[in-house]
Ligand binder design. Structure first.
Ligand code: K7E
Ligand code: CUA
Length: 660
């Protein structure tokens, strides 16, 4: 704000905004008199829902935006016997006895905390955290030279917003190699090495401001795919900044090994979430804002949006044929509706009309259907992936559209014919029969088997290994955005509430078993059976380029007039150097190897007043480089309680004043 402007009363701004919103939403609700007629269909192929089947926009905006009134708005909260609102009385135990292990790893995205969290299932115990887009002083991620460089080359931001963790697959099953996750905030995709549970690559994808949806191409992880949610000029260099008509949204493919951007496809509307079929051909993206507006009123104006079905081999062919423009070094293929590449028999992107502003897409375990949750529509649209290849009429590809309840966001599967959809507004998980939904009329509630109250306002919902071709059932987690009254109050910023629900093999009723507070803000999680992950307990020094330091290597080497290389080992309970001396102004490269081979004996290297602390695990070598600016004595100490003499584990850095 320029200093000539007087600040406005925030309430006044808010009132004004709400007035505008109300008037626009009133228009959306009744664009004309005829629209009041319940029987009028939308006149769109594939959309035989009546207007009453859409959540009225006013209700939608109010309810999606507020959470207080969920019970008042509940249509489907039927209070059936299966509904259980507290965990008291749950008959299933999720207790893992002391000393016992969980059966599954759960990998949780940490949202705008930038980290991932590893949680054991069924105990819901947090096992560790993996810093990805954030820095972490417990491990030294972002402090040591290699991790600092990783973050700098990955864009140089100090935070990220990770939503969608994905495990690498071979033959449609998890191979335990890698986890890939998006950064919605800065258009990045990161990779975590699951041997060491460590981030090993961050790709700052060109041309994309936000990457929201993210998945791997099943069944063999040919690509990591990402959806650019925010439309922007291409290239975004200040040209055309004020002309939203020329903004575009991109879909990207990144190579899972090199982590290099392979190609992008530009499309109409904003892309949201993406999942792929099981045969390597289709990637299905939900999308909103086909209006291509820049404000909420405009984005919700029309009654329909288009799900995009990306035909991966057709896109590869277009790239191979040179049918692209290169922008910032990336081949960008035109997948907009008018594109010539979408006119022939084999369009690269198919546009499938859905009720407006859908949220998620999840492809079911056998790859038959993509489930598109309606968000503003109380339905889930099932897209038949087999029909997609042949049909020219989008109507043919809609296999079913059950009415599941208010605010459907995400769907998961037990592998036994059931889908479970989260209902944000109703605050429920709804279980329904997939084949019954194909048989039933569109908009029918008949496929619904039961509803379970959750607390409160769920986003993602995930059952064990639901994203593989062979889900395991048994447990489901509802990732609820709000916890409100479920925990001791901890100040105004409350934790989320991840709730564990027992589902068995789908033959029994859902049963709420545990509440689990979560620091803001997980979006999604993914589960892998423990046998599929082979985490190393000690580093293998041959995996690392850094020079391994032995006790004999410990010492100070002057490498230039103003630079030194200090090498020292760590072991219980001493550093390889009890002290070392450098000159004021020296650039100090400090290399440390933990020479212990024993599991869980970690040493820390903390240097007071130099903003340095990092962990060195058994057989690992880490380096930091810093400038010794201030003459004095600095006690380097160990931050991991490694032995009875841990407190005594110290070294002394002496910085001698520069000569006058
Ligand atoms: Cu629904 Cu980013 Cu997957 Cu959040 S997204 S909830
Ligand atoms: Cu080493 Cu404490």
């Amino acid at each position: 704000m320029s200093k000539n402007e007087t600040p406005r009363d925030p309430n006044e701004v808010l009132d004004e905004y709400e007035e505008t919103l109300d008037s626009v939403l009133a228009e959306v609700e009744s664009p004309d008199e005829a629209a009041e007629d319940d029987d009028i269909s939308l006149g769109l192929p594939g959309l035989s829902l009546g207007r009453r089947d859409f959540m009225k926009a006013g209700v939608a905006a109010g309810a999606m935006g507020s959470v207080a009134g969920c019970s008042a708005l509940t249509g489907g909260g039927d209070g059936s016997a299966a509904n259980q609102t507290t965990e008291s009385g749950s008959s299933v135990s999720h207790t893992v006895e002391p000393g016992e292990h969980d059966e599954y790893y759960g990998f949780w995205s940490g949202g705008h905390s930038g980290e991932l969290r590893v949680i054991g299932i069924p105990s819901m115990r947090e096992l560790t955290r993996i810093p990805v887009f954030n820095t972490d002083c417990a491990t030294g991620y972002g402090f040591t030279d290699d991790t600092k460089e990783l973050l700098e080359e990955g864009g140089g931001y100090s935070w990220g917003d990770n939503h969608h963790p994905n495990l690498s697959e071979t033959d449609g099953d998890y191979d335990g190699e890698y986890l890939y996750v998006n950064d919605k905030a800065n258009g990045r995709i990161a990779r975590v090495n699951l041997t060491y549970f460590e981030t090993d690559a961050i790709t700052d994808v060109p041309n994309m401001q936000a990457i929201h949806g993210c998945c791997v191409l099943s069944p063999d992880t040919k690509y990591v795919l990402g959806n650019g949610e925010f439309r922007a000029p291409l290239p975004n260099d200040g040209t055309d900044a004020k002309n939203p008509d020329n903004y575009t949204s991109l879909f990207v493919a990144v190579d899972p090994e090199s982590m290099e951007t392979q190609w992008q496809v530009k499309v109409d509307g904003n892309l949201d979430i993406v999942d792929t079929g099981k045969e390597g051909r289709w990637a299905i993206s939900s999308a909103y804002n086909s209006e291509e507006a820049t404000d909420i009123q405009g984005m919700t104006r029309d009654d329909r949006d288009n799900v995009k079905a990306f035909d991966i081999p057709a896109i590869e062919q277009a790239v191979e044929n040179g049918n692209y423009e290169e922008v910032n070094g990336v081949p960008v293929v035109d997948g907009t509706q008018e594109s010539s590449l979408n006119q022939g028999d084999r369009p690269i992107v198919k546009y499938i009309p859905t009720p407006k502003s859908p949220h998620c897409v999840e492809v079911g375990p056998n790859g038959d259907y993509a489930f598109v949750a309606g968000k503003l529509s109380p339905t889930v649209t099932m897209i038949d992936l087999d029909a997609l290849a042949d049909s020219s009429d989008p109507e043919d590809v809609v296999a079913g559209r059950p009415r599941v309840g208010l605010g459907p966001l995400h769907t998961t599967f037990d592998g036994n014919g059931h889908a479970y959809t989260s209902l944000f507004i109703d605050s429920q998980a709804v279980k329904w029969d997939i084949e019954a939904a194909v048989e039933a009329d569109e908009g029918s509630e008949d496929p619904i088997i039961e509803k379970q109250d959750v607390h409160y306002n769920p986003g993602h919902i995930q059952a064990l290994e639901a994203m593989t071709t062979d889900p395991d059932g048994e447990w489901l987690v509802s990732l609820n955005k709000l916890s409100k009254d479920r925990f001791l109050p901890v100040g105004p910023i409350m934790p989320d509430n991840d709730q564990l629900i027992h589902i068995g093999q789908g033959e029994e009723s859902m049963e709420l078993v545990a509440d689990h507070p979560a620091y803001p803000e997980p979006h999604d999680c993914v589960f892998a059976h423990k046998d599929k992950i082979d985490a190393k307990k000690v580093y293998d020094k041959s995996d690392y380029e850094e020079t391994y330091i032995t006790e004999e290597d410990s010492g100070v080497e002057r490498t230039g007039d103003n630079s030194v290389h200090v090498k020292m080992t760590t072991k219980r309970s001493e550093y390889g150097l009890p002290d070392f001396t450098v000159q004021e102004g020296d650039e100090v490269r400090l290399s440390t190897t933990n020479i212990e081979g024993v599991q869980d004996i970690i040493h820390g290297v903390a240097i007071p007043e130099h903003d340095i602390n990092y962990a060195v695990a058994p057989q690992d070598t880490r380096e930091v480089t810093f400038t010794a600016d201030d003459p004095g004595v600095y006690w380097i100490y160990c931050t991991y309680f490694c032995s009875a003499l841990h407190l005594e584990m110290r070294s002394r850095m002496i910085v001698e004043p520069a000569e006058e």
